[in-house]
Design a protein around this ligand. Sequence first.
Ligand code: BTN
Length: 262
Amino acid sequence: MENAAHLDRTELLAALGSAARRFDIDLLIECDSSNTRLLERAEAGAPSGSVIVCERQTAGRGRRGRTWFSAPGDSLAFSLLWRFPERSQAPAALSLAVGLALARGLEHLGARGIQLKWPNDLQHAGRKLGGVLVELLPGDLRSAVIGVGLNLRLPASLPAEVAAIATGLDRALEAPRRETVLAALLAELASTLDRYAAGGFAVLRAEWLARHAHQNLPVRISGDGGEETGTCVGVDEDGALLLSSATGLRRIISGEVSLRQA
Ligand code: BTN
């Protein structure tokens, strides 16, 4: 299988250091979708902190029913099961907390200019660097499978329309090693999810806004209910996007944000 190789587990665990005890990591060469596999294991009782890293996904899934393309060796595709304790915050704004954790993890490695596009895309220089697909377990809303796809380099095999709007981490960080990047992301996910469980998105909101790609910019929101335009003025404590529009302040809970010419 061209380019497909396991990550080096020893290097990964060494980079994780003491955070390694929080995770149970399975490295797969191929699967349909690491989210689909982990949802199955979660339903069968897998513990919080279970991780599936998949080198080649044959049916990688993105938000809103899209396909997620990733190339072995040039990207990271993994899923993390997180079970929130009882009485902790419900996962309403979980996907924003995850985006923040990923941005912080990359910053710890020295990456600069990482931004967040609501609800949870990672961007660099206005292009998509990574995406997050959070899926709650049916009937157990305190258990979430958090799927992360991140481009380390832009593979030549990407469809042209995807390559036109995507970028790779190698633009923000010199020669990123997948083991180091994965360890930084997992360690930061554990600490940010602990903070989220204890205090909700309210305690993370200022850090999220500091990285918001569209703060105070003219945007278009497109979704199932049509299109809305306005100025993006932030996010609420429950993760809703705040749009200042001709009809007043609107709270957006789903849709796609794109920059609009003023
Ligand atoms: C998006 O931006 O649309 C979200 C993309 C999420 C992709 C990741 S890759 C690992 C995990 N497994 C999947 O099938 N999807 C997520």
